[in-house]
Design a protein around this ligand. Structure first.
Ligand code: PHE
Length: 331
């Protein structure tokens, strides 16, 4: 009995061999049956029962071994390498990346090439070379993150620093587009964050005019928000451009008629721009008598909000899968 309980078989074939050994006509159990004749009559009943028990146990054990070995072999057979796989769900691009790529794509078609600069910058590239006076309020702790113990090293508060880096390295004509992250010391809320993203554009060449700027921005607005989009420039001030302007587009939700999104004005602001101040050209080693230029800068979050009506800026950095999954189709 113990011998039967300890039987093992790795394959169905091994189990079959066991069957032959124990249960076939010439098997061990049949031999026992043969010897049954010699058992004295008074023991026949008991021995007969024992042999039957043994036979049944052996049959059960060998059938179980066979089943197990067969099902293991079949599991291997089920591995069909030609079967169509279950589709693996792909991730989505971040909405800010989708919009940045779109902006870059539009300006690339106009001959702008990408330029980069560091996020940890020095005061010169962020402010001084951009014509900020020493006491300009933007340098204040309110706005700028300073690296402790290094008052000259800061987190850039705008991508205009990449204008300076580009002019330093390249001779005109320059046509550069600089997307990147910027930092400002602001309380985090639905409408403000301590970091966000901008795209800066810079064009420096002989006789670049405000008309060129306006034409490029109109084309951008219509490519981004649709061919019926109108633009409007309002005079503004930036230390690094003169004259400076802020650009509005006709509200693409109500078509300019006025709605709660555009606060019933029909217009929404999307960027700052202007002619590069000659002092900036000079500070960066470009002869302002020979060359002129224009620059513009926009917040990628703002453009994304306009396109997709994201109500809360914090959504962009919270990594909420439900929010990110909404952009699967826009990929
Ligand atoms: N740097 C400006 C800002 O952060 C935007 C800007 C860029 C304005 C280039 C004019 C020209 O608000």
């Amino acid at each position: 009995m113990q011998e039967v309980a300890n039987l093992t078989a790795a394959t169905a074939e091994e189990a079959e061999n066991l069957r032959i050994k124990y249960l076939s006509k010439k098997g061990i159990i049949n031999d026992l049956m043969g010897e049954f004749r010699t058992v004295p009559a008074e023991l026949k009943k008991e021995v007969g029962m024992k042999i039957n028990e043994l036979k049944q146990a052996t049959q059960e054990k060998i059938t179980a071994l066979k089943d197990m070995a067969q099902s293991q072999e079949q599991a291997g057979d089920d591995l069909d390498l030609t079967r169509t796989p279950y589709p693996i769900k792909l991730g989505t691009r971040h909405p800010l990346t989708i919009v940045k790529n779109e902006i870059v794509d539009i300006f690339s078609r106009l001959g702008f090439t990408l330029a980069e600069g560091p996020e940890v910058e020095d005061d010169w590239h962020v402010y001084s070379s951009m014509n900020f006076a020493d006491d300009h309020p933007a340098r204040d702790m309110q706005d700028t993150f300073f690296i402790e113990a290094h008052p000259d090293i800061i987190l850039r508060s705008h991508t205009s620093s990449v204008q300076a880096r580009t002019m330093e390295l390249q001779k005109p004509p320059i046509r550069a587009l600089c997307p990147g992250r910027v930092y400002r010391n602001e309380a985090i809320s639905a409408r403000a964050h301590c970091f966000f993203h901008q795209v800066e554009g810079l064009y420096v060449d002989k006789s670049v005019s405000f008309t060129d700027l306006k034409q490029v921005l109109l084309l951008f607005a219509q490519e981004m928000f649709g061919p019926d989009t109108k633009i409007r420039l309002r005079p503004s001030y930036f230390p690094f451009t003169e004259p400076s302007a802020e650009m509005d587009i006709s509200c693409h939700l109500c078509g300019g008629k006025g709605c709660s999104f555009c606060k019933h004005t029909g217009w929404v602001e999307i960027l700052g721009c202007g002619m590069v101040d000659p002092a900036v050209l000079e500070a960066n080693g470009i002869d302002s008598k020979e060359y002129t230029g224009y620059a513009f800068g926009m917040g990628i979050e703002r453009i994304t909000n306009l396109k997709y009506q994201v109500k809360d800026l914090r959504m962009f950095s919270e990594n909420d899968k439900r929010f990110l999954d909404e952009f699967t189709a826009a990929n």
